[in-house]
Design a protein around this ligand. Structure first.
Ligand code: DC
Length: 690
């Protein structure tokens, strides 16, 4: 997951490959609550690991459910042992539900019916998301719920219900604000359906029916057969009781699939034969985890994407998407669509509209206004930043793409703590003007798809020159390794510590018993060509299955590296390995010839320096802190000798690239140096300051 302040997406050219999608948020949190209310243990497969499911799991644990393991482990099922429809008489808790509507609403309903003493809290945005219609419906039954802040909004205080006055009258609930209210009642009221039918009546038009469909399908899996009378009345039969299905699979999120369907529709184009999926020579995107048999309404996004020109094939749990033929499905066709049936995925259509041949209108989307943010306003503002013309109404949005290539603008997209804004705007990186796109606060995707950007990058291609590289070089002990790592972290870029590659080569060669000189130049170069080297996410270095992070850091390993790095054949052998680090979204490369030989076209090269005295003091402190005794004047003499050798050596002498910016760090802290490098980088971006 990218936890940086912003993520810059270079302009992207094409897309091709397979993505496996994470479990659906809506299904995950419903399944968790249903399992929690049931008797017995439910084994849940493919549960989404996200902010929303984490708050739900934490709340259920507080309510006394047994959950094992403690957190979602990829590839491992999670077991939830339910409360069997009852809480202890003295149950009490304060539940923090973040910004998770899929936890707040259903839990409020379930706890209000079960009774106890509960405070339902969350982040400030949660306190702006309406819940009054649900509270009104629950009060008809005799539930006791009080507002702790503003009337109609969380936080809430839940007490013991008094069902004595509740007769046969139907419970009425508004259907036109959020379908989550009806979903919440449908999941809570079976707890009270012991001796009589419970009837729920929808007042006003029911929006987002597809989500009610998911609720009904899942209730059926947990033993509750609700009668759906034309989406207006729902009857929970007397005697309904939650029963665990034992085991359940969470299907992937159809709304998340929309980004990759759109990607296929926009970016697959014609392929080199080697890349093509079939004899037609077309590229495509294959999506695993959701398909034709999905119970999710957003799967109907496929129809909308087809209407815009996408070519979509599907199977029970997969989709395959390719761009339409030029003139038929490409550019995309503008559409005018009622999106009530696909409210979440429709945001993706708004960004696809940027690639359409006219004005696209998305209607009946009033619910966008009460989601994670006011999505109509947010989409309008951000689409305009890219150069689109946007008209915004109470329940519609109308988008005209930039008139020509020259009308596209490089934009820094504000994401409003809304995962879907962040994900759908990443598709703007395929703009014909080849401008980069900045996504602010990329970690907000964690709500439903923590590794969204990784998944996106894994199937996107762009010209090598568009993937930015920052080169950082400097003499020994100039702090370049530390600075490079910090800059990479701040930007979410890959890190190449080229010195480590020479250290690894030196280690491998000396272990093979080779003298590290010209006599073995070719042999060592051959070794370097196919070393099984791997850097993991924690920056550990692996040679095969051995962690050699420490072994390559010894003084001896440094000496060996210095020797092998003086052999031209070894240097050439390592070129391809170094180039392979230039991957999306960008790279920070540290080492002496990064800016001169390996990445001569890098848009930013920094040459760090510091006085020999200052570097000697830094090295001294470093050694002392490791418990190694040292002497400043000896270190100073060593450094000066090494500088002289490094600058004079024939192979890859230490010298700044001609276009490098020089930075003397003698008087600067690490933070100041990092800030300077980042500020130079920002100046080179078309977005201005973040
Ligand atoms: O930066 P370091 O100390 O890990 O580098 C180890 C050795 O490799 C050092 O002698 C410099 C050399 N080196 C090189 O010749 N070219 C590079 N790109 C990086 C390091």
């Amino acid at each position: 997951m990218f936890t940086t302040e912003f993520l810059d997406l270079p302009a992207l050219d094409t897309a091709h490959g397979t993505v496996s999608l994470p479990g659906s948020k809506s299904i995950s949190n419903r399944v968790l609550l249903l399992a929690a209310l049931s008797q017995g243990t439910t084994v849940i497969h493919d549960l989404l690991d996200s902010d929303d499911t984490r708050v739900m799991l934490a709340a259920l644990r507080q309510l006394g459910c047994r959950i094992a393991p403690d957190a979602v482990v990829p590839g491992q099922a999670i077991e939830v042992t339910g409360i069997g429809g009852q809480l202890p008489a003295d149950a009490a808790a304060t539940l923090f539900l973040g910004n998770a509507g899929t936890a707040m609403r259903p839990l409020t309903a379930a706890l209000a019916v079960l009774g106890g003493s509960f405070e339902m809290t969350g982040v400030p945005r949660m306190y702006e998301r309406p819940i009054g219609d649900l509270v009104d419906a629950l009060r008809q039954l005799g539930c006791r719920i009080a507002y702790l802040g503003n009337e109609g909004f969380p936080p809430l205080k839940i007490g013991r219900p008094d069902f004595s006055r509740f007769g046969q009258a139907p419970i009425q609930v508004r259907g036109d604000v959020s379908s989550q209210f009806l979903t919440s009642l449908l999941m809570a009221l079976p707890l009270q359906a012991g001796s009589r039918d419970i009837v729920i009546e929808v007042v006003g038009e029911l929006i987002s029916r597809p989500y009610i469909h998911i609720t009904l399908e899942l209730l059926a899996r947990f033993g509750i057969a609700v009668k759906n009378e034309n989406w207006q009345r729902f009857v929970i039969p007397a005697g309904s009781r939650y029963r665990s299905p034992g085991e359940i699979h969470v299907e992937a999120d159809a709304s998340s699939a929309s980004y990759f369907i759109a990607l296929g529709a926009i970016a697959t184009g014609m392929a080199d034969t080697a890349d093509a999926d079939n004899a037609t020579g077309r590229k495509s995107i294959r999506i695993l985890g959701v398909g034709r048999d999905s119970i999710q309404g957003d799967i109907r996004f496929v129809e909308a994407a087809r209407a815009m020109g996408a070519q979509v094939e599907s199977g029970p749990n997969w989709l395959q998407v390719a761009r339409g033929e030029p003139g038929q499905g490409w550019p995309l066709k503008a559409i005018d669509l009622d999106c009530n049936h696909i409210p979440d995925a429709a945001m993706t259509l708004a960004v696809m509209a940027l690639y359409a041949d006219g004005t696209t209108t998305l209607r009946n989307i009033a619910s966008w206004r009460v989601k994670e943010t006011d999505r109509i306003a947010a989409m309008a503002i951000e689409l305009r930043k890219l150069g689109a013309t946007v008209e915004e109404g109470p329940d519609y949005i109308r988008i005209t793409p930039p008139a020509s290539r020259a009308d596209w603008k490089a934009a820094s997209i504000h994401t409003y703590d809304d995962h879907r804004v962040a994900m759908c705007f990443s598709l703007a990186a395929f703009n014909p003007a080849k401008l980069p796109v900045r996504i602010e606060d990329p970690k907000c995707v964690a709500k439903t798809f923590p590794d969204y950007f990784e998944a996106l990058f894994s199937v996107c291609q762009t010209e090598r020159e568009r993937i930015p590289v920052i080169c950082i070089d400097g003499p020994t002990a100039s702090g370049k390794g530390t600075i490079a790592a910090e800059v990479a972290r701040a930007l979410g870029y890959q890190l190449l510590d080229s010195g480590a590659l020479y250290r690894i080569t030196g280690l491998a060669a000396s272990r093979a018993g080779l003298a590290l000189d010209e006599s073995n130049e070719e042999t060592i170069a051959e070794m370097a060509l196919d070393m099984p080297v791997r850097f993991d996410a924690q920056q550990r270095v692996w040679l095969g299955d051995e962690d050699i992070s420490l072994a390559i850091r010894s003084e001896q390993a440094g000496m060996n590296a210095s020797r092998v790095s003086a052999l031209p054949a070894v240097r050439s052998a390592l070129v391809d390995l170094q180039l392979a680090f230039q991957t999306l979204p960008g790279l920070v490369a540290d080492g002496r010839d990064m800016g001169t030989v390996i990445f001569p076209h890098a848009p930013l090269k920094v040459y760090l320096s510091a006085s020999a005295q200052c570097r000697a003091e830094r090295r001294y402190k470093q050694l002392i802190s490791k418990g190694i005794s040292a002497n400043i004047s000896t270190l100073l003499a060593d450094l000066e000798a090494r500088d002289a050798r490094d600058m004079q050596r024939a192979t890859a002498p230490l010298k700044p690239a001609e276009d490098a910016l020089l930075l003397d760090s003698s008087e600067l802290t690490i933070e100041q140096v990092v800030a300077q490098v980042l500020s130079w980088w920002q100046e080179r971006q078309p977005f201005g300051r973040a």
